[in-house]
Design a binder for this molecule. Structure first.
Ligand code: N2P
Length: 382
């Protein structure tokens, strides 16, 4: 009953915002013709003339693995009665291919910047109803107008971070150059004990950065050079891995990995010798976003917007970054995170490092050339 009471409180709050009608039927209420809980419900529904939508009671979030504190789902369910079930992907391309292939049933997805651009262009995202997301005002100004989604029309920034090299300090020297991966020395202690991300754009970005090229090049010759470099590097590689690279370091099975900063920082809790660096040639900077697929039903969309609003709560935003060790786009959450977190250069890269970071951008038709060359890398026997 407590849950229903709080669900009703939340619905009443939304009612004030003109979003839904809270009825005496609670979760089982199906239409706005049921006995309303209050006169305001009648007034509101009549005055807007809109059909009230009830949020779905269960929605699915399609997210990167280990990218949210499960406690956040529990708190959201306690507050709203809405249950969130999670499904995982390991790369933008995997998520995109699944949705392009017709997969439905997802109410929330977490694409990176360049994938938001692709999905917007393909009409795959639902426009957000900002009236359902009042906590949008908690975003830092720079995240209110990101180039891939000005004005947060389709998505809300979730976490941001960098791609570089994690390593076991003391076992290997600080890798100052991507040469540790691209000029592998068969006599080095790390030979055969490092991984690269199983991710077409990320792995090509590392090779292109090492070659001194733009990571979004559409010059086929440059891309071929990068492909050949990736194939050469394969000789010393333990494998391509986007899900357990940090655990393999923590277990000291591997000693070096190409990967995302927060994942390494979380693994530091298990093995304090793990360190993270961005080589002198530079690395990738990215912003992941929470968005709603165009295929979501109105009920799923409302529940998803309620969850996005919940994520933007200062305390919840802080919980998210404390769990992930990724930087927060939420200014109000940053105020809670505190100085130690905000001044960690592995989380918030200082200006001189930021200068060396590039965003992956959509390359249009050329995307298929990247994919073909990536297939060649994956199937090559160096
Ligand atoms: C999840 C990390 C995902 C970040 N563990 C990649 N953009």
């Amino acid at each position: 009953m407590k849950k229903f009471a709080s669900l009703c409180t939340t619905l009443m709050l939304l009612l004030v915002l003109g979003l839904v009608a809270c009825t005496s039927g609670g979760e089982s209420a199906e239409t706005e013709t049921e006995v309303p809980a209050s006169n305001e419900a009648v007034t509101e529904t009549e005055s807007t003339g809109e059909t009230a939508v009830e949020p779905a009671t269960e929605i699915v979030m399609y997210n990167w693995s280990e990218y949210i504190d499960p406690e956040i789902y529990t708190l959201f369910e306690q507050e709203t009665g809405i249950r969130i079930v999670e499904d995982n992907f390991s790369s933008n391309e995997e998520m995109l291919a699944k949705l392009q292939g017709g997969a439905t049933g997802y109410a929330l997805i977490v694409p990176s910047d360049y994938t938001v651009s692709i999905m917007k262009e393909e009409g795959m995202l639902a426009k957000l109803d900002h009236a359902n997301i009042p906590n949008l005002s908690n975003l830092s100004d720079e995240f209110k107008n990101v180039p891939f989604d000005p004005g947060n029309e389709y998505c809300v920034p979730y976490q941001w971070g960098t791609t570089g090299i994690g390593y076991l300090d003391g076992v290997v020297e600080t890798p100052t150059s991507w040469s540790v991966i691209f000029e592998p020395d068969p006599n080095a202690p790390y030979y055969g004990r490092y991984t690269m991300l199983d991710d077409v754009r990320e792995s090509f970005a590392a090779a292109l950065i090492y070659l001194g090229y733009d990571i979004n090049t559409t010059d086929e010759k440059q891309l071929e050079e990068a492909r050949d470099l990736l194939i050469k590097a394969k000789a010393g590689l333990a494998g391509y891995d986007s899900d357990t690279f940090e655990d393999l370091l923590a277990a000291e099975e591997n000693v070096l990995a190409h990967g995302w900063n927060g994942d390494f920082l979380v693994a530091q809790e298990e093995n304090e010798n793990i360190a993270y660096t961005i080589p002198q040639e530079g690395g990738v900077i990215w912003v992941d976003n929470v968005c709603i697929p165009a295929t979501a039903s109105p009920e799923e969309k409302l529940a998803a917007e309620m969850f996005i609003n919940f994520l933007l709560d200062p305390e919840i935003g802080a919980m998210l970054s404390e769990f992930n060790y990724y930087a927060s786009p939420n200014k109000a959450a940053e105020d809670i995170l505190g100085e130690e977190f905000l001044s960690d250069p592995a989380v918030y890269p200082p200006a001189e490092v930021r200068e060396r970071l590039q965003f992956i951008k959509p390359v249009g038709e050329f995307e298929s050339v990247y994919q073909r060359m990536w297939d060649e890398v994956k199937s090559a026997n160096p």
